[in-house]
Design a protein around this ligand. Sequence first.
Ligand code: NAP
Length: 478
Amino acid sequence: MEQLSDVGLIGLGVMGENLALNMERNGRRVSVWNRTVPGVEEGVAERFVEGRAAGKQILGFSDLSEFVASLNRPRIIMMMVRAGDAVDELIDQVSPFLAEGDVLIDGGNSDYMDTGRRVAACRARGLLFVGAGVSGGAEGALRGASIMPGGAKEAWPLIRPLLQDMAAKAADGTPCCDWMGPDGAGHFVKMVHNGIEYGDMQLIAETYFLLKRAGGMDNERMSRLFGRWNEGRLKSYLVEITSDILAYKEADGGYLVDRILDVAGQKGTGQWSVKNALELGESFGLIAEAVFQRNISTQKELRVEAARVYASRLEKEPYASFSADEVEQTLFASKLVAYAQGFDLLSRASEQFGWNLDLAMIARMWRGGCIIRSAFLDELARAYEAGGGRGNLMLFPAFSTQVREALPAWRRVVATAVCEGVAVPAFASALNYFHSLTTDFLPANLIQAQRDYFGAHTFERTDGERGKFYHEEWVSLQ
Ligand code: NAP
């Protein structure tokens, strides 16, 4: 009988094809299956096997039971399909062919609550379900991504060699893949990764905007500046590609970035991270602002009309009372806030759901393969280790010195942007978060007084014990 495959892959979309090739390159025999929509899309697996996978140890199937029968036991099947109902439908379709102890991995961008539910439902059927966030896009899927698995822990020894072989490797050779925790922990970590990615991208976009509109810098200079920053503490994939993008010209010599409509899309994981931060009571303003800015970008017609009404096009000569170094300090300090908010959300979820997330390990796992990979994550991992694995990173000595140094520039840059009418909501939100965090007295006393005044919601007293609540009859009801 023909040799059985080591792993199965379902869903030959952009990510699935590349993951299958990655598995094969790492010495696995792979079986692949894609749904067949009669009359629309037939023979997807066969086409792949005859095309990009030609001559490789990859077998294509159009029959699901034959696909499952082609796999070694316990079977390991990775699904890379559209998140949502498609995953539940697939579990129902494939389960009847599976046996106790087989492993199903969902590598899509699923909601972590769905993953938690699926882990339990599959366990009841004797199957081990793993929700694995995958970051790095098509290239990462092919050459090595950052992979964040969580769910049925018994599956980890079975899938660890495969996933760690497929994952990107950090500069010190560590695979960018490790076990996150039970239930939907893997997908939760991926969701927070995407939230931080939204924050990072918005901060870089505001930097560009500020340099261009208030600093009057041209694309070549900005590209060189980002290139220089990429050799320092801001070294990261996103800063590197920003330098490339700014210098990229079309055949006629025009800069492509200047011809791209200022309307940004999104697929929902940024929003999810914000919703979850709200539900878990975390302060997540910078990342929320990044999502809101994508929302307002889509209101192009309204913005054009409003700019006309307020004549707010930049008509005068750009004026900048800040240096490029001060902008670098602003970007760095604000980036710290994005990570502080993201990691605080992870910490809160870990506590709330009993996941015991290892924050230093998560920082190390994001050093390669994923979109937010950066030199800074090494420092972050070391800071968490030194800090006992928990705590707000703005307070870690490794960062507080840098923040203290950056603060005057951070304030001046944000103030100048505001005075010049350049929208920098993420920079401002980051700075205000910092001001709130480092203020030992906030005006929440007045809010509590108002709440008690109109709704008898009670308050604690500065001269009383914590946890003891008082109510005042502010006005006598006649
Ligand atoms: P894609 O190119 O649109 O492919 C989607 C795949 O899902 C196709 O194979 C599609 O089959 C299959 N599918 C859709 N509905 C299905 C159903 N009801 N039953 C069975 N199969 C179904 O998407 P992708 O970019 O590869 O993304 C796949 C997953 O990875 C998504 O959850 C996505 O969010 C996540 N992800 C994507 C990226 C990225 O950069 N693209 C990065 C990380 C994670 P048909 O060909 O028959 O339609």
